[in-house]
Design a protein around this ligand. Structure first.
Ligand SMILES: *Cc1c(COP(=O)(O)O)cnc(C)c1O
Length: 472
């Protein structure tokens, strides 16, 4: 995949290309005939790292090796030229690629592509914000080199605070690219009326952080495609254990892998996952054919928002138990939500798993614990709603802070998706920068507490909440 100069393939280079074509053919057969037939758990545990890889390439290491190396040595000038022209799979330099991030990318591509009857690929990024930035940029270019056209995109206003800032300050204010916010994402008409001939993509976060907005992915994807534009989804809160938007028609998924996918909390990581042959009104065939590989080898090579190999392997270790962990955390969260929903000091509880939530029915169509039908305990599909919930405390901001400051076991942190329970007040933390008007748009009142229930015994979490509520 070269973006400018044509490469003249010499006989010396061709030797390497032929050898590597054989390797690529074997790999796609292995994926098609073996890996794609595995259940979700097996993909989570192994990804593409096989016994054969371990023995032939990595001295038998059962864990994917951490390649803390800036660059790769080449046999000769022919191999170097073929590699730098992207004519053979190689990693060259760790800003471009790295063997450790390679295994990370494949595992995540396969997990978000699980159940999807087509190909997906993934580009690792240094954070969730970098994933969002690199997923949206290629659609925002000027199509004509000589003319500056008006450009816009349509996005859910209920979104992560950092995303709100990236779209409203960096893109709108600084670059003059209009972001048209959709306030009620469950209303397909609101999406539809914001699209015009200058719209480049639709963007939606679901479930949204922290207010648990949700939308009908298939309907919004169909709408996007009817305008020849892609749908990009931030699916961080659900993780592929509960939702895989590509299977429902989305073109691109962005993940803050920092969160539930790296529940140990060891560091920051992101991923862009895309279906092959996506829909876009941008005239760039390489981009449309394999978007994630395109951004990895071209724009991200030039911008450099790459993931550290150490973090890639630490994340892989967390991913191995993703399904069972998300199941446990979801069950614990449900218990806490049920407890809070009957408490007289609580004004309201927002959890998609509570039947009185206005989006319960819609969310229940999409949020399923992957492979529950193969689980001997369930033997049938079961809904799970993840471990993000929020609630409002009676008595406004002052009482809310008092409750929050009285928590003993639940960590006060602007974080989520942890194996440990963490809580925050979004109005003074994650959604503080966007100001009062931005919070009204995103529906974030001052007395809202965001709670992510961890893997502790739920009785102990409830006891901590109970004693803190007694203080107000
Ligand atoms: C945290 C978060 C992000 C940003 O991810 P980082 O890894 O912190 O950069 C984006 N979207 C959602 C939904 C998030 O929760």
């Amino acid at each position: 995949m070269a973006d400018s100069n044509e490469t003249n393939i010499t006989p010396g280079m061709k030797r390497y290309i032929d050898k590597n074509n054989a390797y690529l053919k074997n790999r796609s057969e292995y994926i098609k005939n073996v890996v794609k037939k595995w259940k979700f758990d097996t993909i989570s545990v192994h990804g593409l790292y096989s016994v054969k890889d371990a023995i032939e390439d990595y001295q038998g290491s059962i864990i994917e090796p951490i390649f803390m190396s800036t660059s790769q040595v080449f046999n000769d000038s022919d191999e170097m030229e073929a590699a730098l022209s992207y004519l053979i799979p190689s990693w060259t330099y760790s800003r471009i690629a790295n063997p450790s991030t390679y295994y990370y990318e494949w595992t995540i591509a396969l997990l978000d592509g699980y159940g999807f009857n087509g190909e997906t690929s993934c580009c690792s990024t240094s954070s969730g914000m970098a994933a969002i930035m690199t997923a949206v940029q290629p659609f925002l270019i000027h199509k004509s080199k000589s003319k500056q056209e008006p450009r816009n995109f349509v996005a859910s206003s209920q979104c992560y605070g950092g995303t709100f800032q990236q779209f409203s300050i960096r893109l709108m204010e600084e670059r003059g690219i209009e972001c048209r916010w959709v306030r009620n994402t469950a209303d397909i008409e609101e999406w539809a009326e914001k699209i015009d001939e200058n719209t480049r993509f639709l963007y939606g976060e679901l479930p949204s952080n922290p207010c648990l907005g949700f939308f009908d992915i298939k309907a919004v994807a169909d709408l996007a495609h009817s305008h020849n534009i892609p749908l990009i989804c931030d699916s961080t809160i659900a993780t592929p254990a509960l939702l895989r938007p590509i299977e429902h028609g989305a073109d691109i998924v962005v993940q803050s892998v920092t969160k539930t996918m790296t529940s140990s909390g060891f560091g920051i990581a992101g991923a862009v996952i895309a279906r092959h042959n996506l829909t876009s009104n941008i005239d760039n065939d390489a981009m449309k054919k394999d978007f994630a590989t395109y951004i990895k080898y071209l724009p991200n090579r030039d911008y450099g928002p790459n993931l550290h190999p150490m973090q890639a392997i630490m994340t892989l270790n967390d991913l191995r138990t993703l399904r069972s962990k998300v199941d446990l955390l979801s069950k614990n969260t449900m218990r806490v939500a049920q407890y809070l929903s009957t408490h007289n000091k609580i004004e309201s509880v927002q959890y998609l798993g509570l039947p009185n939530h206005p989006l319960y029915k819609l969310a229940s169509r999409y949020l399923w614990l992957v492979d529950a039908e193969y689980d001997p305990e369930y033997k049938k599909p079961v809904n799970r709603y993840g471990h993000l919930m929020s609630f409002c405390i009676k008595g406004g901001a002052v009482q809310t802070r008092k409750f929050f400051d009285s928590l003993n076991n639940i960590f006060r942190a602007t974080d989520l998706g942890r194996i440990k329970s963490v809580a925050t007040i979004p109005a003074i933390s994650t959604h503080q920068q966007q100001g009062q008007a931005g919070r009204v748009l995103a529906n974030i009142p001052d007395n809202l507490v965001r709670l992510c229930v961890g893997a502790e015994h739920p009785d102990d979490i409830i006891a901590d909440i109970e004693q803190a509520l007694k203080k107000i």
